[in-house]
Structure formats: structure tokens, C-alpha cells
Design a protein around this ligand. Structure first.
Ligand SMILES: Nc1ncnc2c1ncn2[C@@H]1O[C@H](COP(=O)(O)OP(=O)(O)O)[C@@H](O)[C@H]1O
Ligand code: SF4
Ligand SMILES: [Mg+2]
Length: 336
């Protein structure tokens, strides 16, 4: 990836692997398999895209510290997040916030949503005076197109899905996070509301300098808002780089098949040309493969593809996990 000479990356994943075990026979599979990612420390939107079951949410939970990986490390501004304790953990929780798919599941139906905002400001932000808390909440609600009067006294069911998702975003923003991880934040909303929420993300990025990890199975919205994209396939990130390059000149055969049906992309009409592409579901057993996981479907597969996992290679600033781009004598992830 492009250099991050200005200091430590915002986020760095090194060989992150999460293994789930099933049943009496201890069937194991890698829901996240040797993921490497680097995100520079400047306001960026990175999309993680993949089919349902490809490991996106598991990866998000690992980055949030909810799941501990069996192998590998997650470094946030140089610190291993799974080793943080006490004050450092509080610092991390302020800096990295999450927004999930279903806003109604994020709030207790019997509790007024204002209570959540109030507690976050009091306990995490550390403001104690009531009037100052309200003024601060109002300011943050306005950044997502709401205000305190519209929110105070209301229960979750009194909001529409789109409004409640905006409250959830405001709640995440209260701690002035440097990074927000949004896991399918618009997939339950009507199409007309999706762009609305995505525009909120764009504006927050510009005005507050917040970075986002946007998780989706929809490449159209990914293309609309992101700078970078990581494509996941069965637990692995198989291609990662600037979105323009990955979606207009995809290197990995899997990314190519995803985009095959798209006629003549015109980058000037970035929000229009890519029709929503829904990725299909996959079976867990397909996660277990000796060589390249895409080999059974790949038109370029060779014997080696079925026997050895492909290395990660960097081609013009894009990381790709495929034997096609491997040059003999180079070591994995070396520039060519
Ligand atoms: N807590 C868990 N225990 C066991 N298996 C899980 C757990 N969470 C997710 N999985 C499995 O891991 C795979 C990846 O799931 P997930 O990360 O939710 O994918 P995605 O978000 O891309 O749809 C799926 O096969 C899912 O069934
Ligand atoms: S490693 Fe081989 S099977 Fe896998 S995507 Fe590349 S060419 Fe296809
Ligand atoms: Mg998911």
C-alpha cells in the first residue's frame, strides 16, 4: 500500500486468523484466515466487501476487540488492541466506535434513546453538567441531521429505521472517534435512505476527519463512498487497494467475476454505473481448502492452485492473493 511515512498506520492487521470449532468431532474452520491490512492515519473510508458468510462481521468484531484471534495481531496506532488494559482500553473505546446493521437491536426498546446519549457523554466523554451535556448532544445530533428536541423523551420505536440509525451514528460520534466501524449499516434501510446515511459518513469524514471501515455486500454503495476496498472470499482478503483501481481493473479472478456483468465503467459517473450486486451465500465446508479457495471456480486454476495457498503479491499498489501475479524468486507481498 501507499506509504505511511507520516507515522504509525491508523490500523494494521497482521496475519489475523479466527478459528471456530463445531460439533463433537471438533470440526474447525477459519472464518478469518491470515488477513493483512494497513490503513494509513488520515481520513479514509475503507470498504470490506464480500459474500454473506465470508467473514466480514467476524473481522469487524476482531478489530473492535470483541473476538480474540487465534493467530495474528491487530495494531491500532501501533498498539496491540487485544493487550490493552485500564486507561488504554478506555482510550481505545473512545477512539474506535461501531455502528451495526439493525439500529433497533442496538437500543433497548423500553429505554428512551436520550439515556444512551447522556450516559455516553457522562461516563466516556466526561462532561458532568447537565446543560453542557445537552448542548453537546444537540451539537452532535445536528451533524447527522437531527437535534435534541427531535430525540429527547422518545423510545426507539418512535423513530423510523433511518432516523434511529442516525441516532446510532450520533451516539458513536459522541466520543469523537478517529475510526468508526460500520457493519452493513444501510442494508436494512430503504434504497432511498441509503445514500442519505452514506452522505452522513462522507460529511463526517470531511468535517471531523473520522475514518470509516464500511462493511457491505453491495459494491455499488462501496464504490459510492470508499477510497479503499478489501474483497473477502471465504475468510481471506483476496484483493486490497484503491477502490477505483480494484473495481475498474480487478486483478483477482474472483473480483473479475464479480464485475463481469458491468458494461464499460465510466469513472466520471462513479455513483451510477455500478448496479447493486448481491453476492450469494456460501457453505461453511467451502472454507476448508488446501490450496486457493477459489480454485474450484477459477478459469485460470493450475495444479499448483489446488495444492498450495497463493501468496499475497503487490501489483501497482494493489495487494492480490493469486498465483497469477507471483514472480518466481520474489517473496510474498514483495513489490514487483
Ligand atoms: N460466534 C460464532 N461461532 C461459530 N461460527 C461463527 C460465529 N460467528 C460467525 N460464524 C461463522 O463464521 C462465518 C463467517 O461469518 P460472518 O463473519 O458473520 O460473515 P459475514 O459477516 O461476511 O456474513 C460463517 O460461516 C458463520 O456461520
Ligand atoms: S491462485 Fe489460481 S485458482 Fe486462485 S484465483 Fe489465482 S489463478 Fe485462480
Ligand atoms: Mg455480517
Amino acid at each position: 500500500m501507499a506509504g505511511h511515512e507520516a507515522g504509525k498506520p491508523l490500523l494494521e492487521l497482521r496475519g489475523v486468523t479466527k478459528i471456530f470449532r463445531y460439533g463433537m468431532f471438533g470440526f474447525r474452520f477459519r472464518a478469518v484466515d491470515d488477513v493483512n491490512l494497513v490503513m494509513e492515519d488520515r481520513p479514509l473510508i475503507l470498504t470490506i466487501a464480500g459474500e454473506s458468510g465470508s467473514g466480514k462481521s467476524t473481522l469487524a468484531k476482531i478489530i473492535l476487540g470483541i473476538h480474540k484471534p487465534e493467530y495474528g495481531q491487530v495494531l491500532y496506532r501501533g498498539r496491540d488492541i487485544h493487550r490493552l488494559r485500564g486507561r488504554e482500553l478506555l482510550w481505545f473505546r473512545k477512539e474506535v466506535q461501531a455502528v451495526f446493521q439493525d439500529p433497533f437491536a442496538s437500543f433497548n426498546p423500553l429505554k428512551r434513546v436520550y439515556g444512551y446519549l447522556y450516559e455516553t457523554v457522562k461516563n466516556i466523554v466526561g462532561i458532568s453538567e447537565r446543560a453542557k451535556i445537552d448542548a453537546y448532544i444537540d451539537e452532535v445530533l445536528r451533524s447527522v441531521g437531527l437535534n435534541l428536541d427531535k430525540v429527547k423523551g422518545k423510545y426507539p420505536h418512535e423513530f423510523s429505521g433511518g432516523e434511529l440509525q442516525r441516532v446510532a451514528i450520533a451516539r458513536a460520534l459522541l466520543t469523537r472517534p478517529r475510526l468508526i466501524i460500520a457493519d452493513e449499516p444501510v442494508s436494512m434501510l430503504d434504497a432511498s435512505l441509503r445514500v442519505n446515511i452514506l452522505n452522513v459518513f462522507k460529511r463526517i469524514r470531511e468535517e471531523m476527519g473520522t475514518s470509516f471501515i464500511y462493511i457491505t455486500h453491495d459494491l455499488a454503495t462501496a464504490y459510492y463512498i470508499s477510497d479503499l476496498i478489501a474483497i473477502m472470499y471465504r475468510g481471506s482478503v483476496i484483493e486490497y487497494g484503491p477502490i477505483e483501481r480494484v473495481l475498474t481493473k480487478p486483478l483477482h479472478p474472483y473480483t473479475q467475476t464479480l464485475l463481469e456483468s458491468i458494461p464499460e465503467p465510466d469513472p466520471r459517473r462513479r455513483s451510477e454505473w455500478l448496479k447493486p450486486i448481491k453476492l450469494s451465500g456460501i457453505e461453511e465446508k467451502e472454507f476448508v481448502a488446501k490450496g486457493c479457495k477459489f480454485a474450484p471456480r477459477c478459469p485460470y486454476a493450475t495444479k499448483r492452485c489446488f495444492e498450495e495457498p497463493p501468496p499475497e503479491v503487490v501489483v501497482n499498489g494493489v495487494r492480490v492473493r493469486c498465483w497469477l501475479y507471483y514472480v518466481k524468486g520474489s517473496s510474498p507481498a514483495e513489490k514487483r
